[in-house]
Design a protein around this ligand. Structure first.
Ligand SMILES: CC(C)(COP(=O)(O)OP(=O)(O)OC[C@H]1O[C@@H](n2cnc3c(N)ncnc32)[C@H](O)[C@@H]1OP(=O)(O)O)[C@@H](O)C(=O)NCCC(=O)NCCS
Length: 174
């Protein structure tokens, strides 16, 4: 006889505190583990799983003309579990615009409102730092990702036929 699971969804949301913890090179493996757990996203966007040095590259790279001190890579934590990665670049591509370079949650953490809470935190942090706009680049194949950003008020700023869609919106509260 198959036992009925005591938790039908497998998850009981007791702890709701979600933290954003800035990482350094010492936590590269934790960031890479989130990428490895989010293989569906890499397959959708790149067509292949994240290479083993993806986290290392994320931590090392800054956009052209940007300063390493303007970029923050963060682990999204639920308790002690790493459930996502966020990176933000301040004042890029222009002053007072903050670029969300990446927001990826592991599959089990999606569609539970975590992304919305992370975004609200970025808004608060951005406005406290004097930013006016948030920007994001989304791969055209990422239809659900686009829907998430559109629902949160982002609209396209330049539509290219080949590259990613670039969307922006004012910082909420600005
Ligand atoms: C996009 C993302 C950050 C949104 O965070 P979230 O906590 O799942 O979002 P919410 O619970 O507030 O809302 C759920 C919505 O997220 C969006 N979403 C995007 N990709 C998704 C995915 N692979 N699985 C579930 N929801 C996804 C959808 O719009 C979804 O709404 P829907 O059920 O109507 O399709 C998260 O789903 C994720 O990490 N997805 C994979 C990576 C990704 O696409 N990142 C964005 C890159 S630009």
């Amino acid at each position: 006889m198959t036992a009925t699971p005591i938790l039908p969804s497998g998850v009981l949301p007791v702890a709701t505190a979600i933290d954003l913890v800035q990482v350094t090179a010492a936590e590269t493996a934790q960031v890479q583990a989130v990428f490895d757990a989010s293989e569906d996203f890499a397959m959708l966007v790149d067509g292949f799983p994240a290479p083993p040095d993806e986290a290392e590259k994320l931590l090392a790279k800054v956009p052209p003309g940007s300063d390493p001190g303007d970029k923050a890579v963060m682990l999204v934590r639920l308790g002690t579990a790493n459930i996502g990665v966020l990176d933000v670049v301040r004042d890029w591509p222009q002053r007072r615009t903050w670029m969300i370079g990446l927001l990826v949650l592991v599959p089990a953490a999606r569609s539970r409102g975590v992304g919305a809470r992370v975004l609200a935190t970025v808004d608060r942090w951005a406005i406290e730092s004097g930013a006016e706009k948030l920007r994001i680049a989304v791969a055209p194949a990422n239809i659900r990702g686009l829907r998430f950003w559109r629902r949160h008020g982002f609209s396209p700023v330049d539509v290219s036929r080949s590259g990613p869609h670039r969307l922006e919106r004012p910082v909420i509260g600005f």
